[in-house]
Design a protein around this ligand. Structure first.
Ligand code: NAP
Length: 314
């Protein structure tokens, strides 16, 4: 009998169909079944589930569940929602995603470095004004988070000639990048940053980390890119500092509620660029292969994938 893998998801029907096509193409010796199509007595056969925005009630029905393979890289909500459960969480770690994220980081860093928001404003007012810009090596870009996505991004920025600094929880050494770790170093680091990029996971420690005080420590005219999670920042304080002209521009890809509510003040802010959570979408083709690899290693070679540390929250 083929091993049964539940696919627990609250995605739209059409999106589930696309996922199932990709998953079934690689999961040859397994049977992948949407939770809603499982029979009641299938529940106890499930040891591993694939998840994408799962309904937690459904997951909790699977009493013999050992671990779940998330199709997403960010699992903050899942970690929070299943805090007291016994099963482990493996998140999506995909080189393809690191490549896509680092491209996004580079593109939006150039958008800020080349003053594109300002030239757009000038065009709207038919203004012909040239602005001198510094050399790239004189622009300090600070990347918060040096994990799968942060490291690839910091390296790409460095290889493109920017002066890169990076911050993590534990000590790291990376050639050509000034690295910092721990809370004590953050304020000082912010003071030196022209562009601040967050690629931190949301955890108890990072929630509201970039509050008004920290954002105010950024250099005058600094800009911010948030590609991680909204609650790491105080967006009201951010907008205030943009209004005050202490900060220049913010590129935001993530929001507490998505899609961003139509009446959010953020949409109308002239110094904020809103993106609909697109900096690094999961690639169904590569993610399905990685999910298969992790699950097959577990069943065939008894090897567990790397699990999220529930205490650290990432
Ligand atoms: P990761 O590999 O787990 O790396 C997290 C990094 O953050 C690590 O370097 C870690 O430090 C650092 N960190 C965590 N807590 C910290 C703290 N309190 N102080 C300082 N540094 C801290 O995560 P990832 O794969 O790079 O993903 C990062 C986040 O990106 C995800 O959690 C998700 O929210 C977001 N994301 C967004 C999109 C999008 O499309 N917008 C797509 C995918 C992911 P150590 O190395 O010392 O542990």
């Amino acid at each position: 009998m083929k091993k049964l893998i539940a696919f627990v998801t609250s995605l739209e029907e059409e999106v589930n169909i696309l996922w199932l096509e990709h998953l079934k193409a690689v999961f040859n010796n397994y049977e992948i079944v949407l939770f809603k199509d499982l029979l009641q007595n299938d529940y106890e056969r499930i040891e591993v589930a694939l998840v994408a925005n799962p309904n937690v009630e459904e997951l909790l029905n699977l009493k013999n569940l050992k671990w779940v393979q998330s199709l997403w890289a960010g699992v903050e909500k899942l970690v929070h929602d299943v805090e007291n459960s016994n099963f482990n969480i493996s998140r999506m770690i995909d080189k393809n995603m690191s490549e896509v994220m680092s491209d996004s980081v580079l593109a939006w860093s150039f958008y800020l470095y080349k003053n594109m928001p300002l030239y757009k404003k000038q065009q709207d007012q038919t203004l012909w004004i040239e602005h001198e810009i510094k050399e790239k090596s004189e622009i300090t870009i600070t990347v918060l988070g040096l994990g799968e996505l942060g490291l690839a991004s910091a390296l790409k920025l460095k290889n493109n000639g920017f002066n890169v600094k990076a911050w993590s929880r534990s000590k790291k050494e990376i050639e050509g990048i000034s690295t910092y770790y721990g809370n004590d170093t953050l304020q000082e680091l912010l003071k030196q940053s022209d562009i601040l990029i967050s690629l931190l996971p949301l955890s108890k420690e990072t929630k509201n980390l970039l509050d008004q005080k920290k954002l105010k420590s950024l250099k005058k005219n600094a800009s911010v890119i948030n590609f991680s999670r909204a609650s790491i920042f105080d967006y009201k304080a951010l907008a205030f500092l943009l209004d005050e002209k202490h900060l220049k521009h913010a590129v935001l890809d993530v929001f507490s509620q998505e899609p961003l509510e139509k009446d959010s003040f953020l949409w109308k802010h002239e110094d904020i660029t809103i993106l609909p959570h697109i900096s690094a979408p999961t690639n169904r083709r590569t993610a399905s292969k990685i999910a298969f690899w992790n699950i097959n290693e577990y069943f065939v070679n008894n090897k567990e994938p790397l699990f999220v540390d529930k205490n650290k929250g990432y």
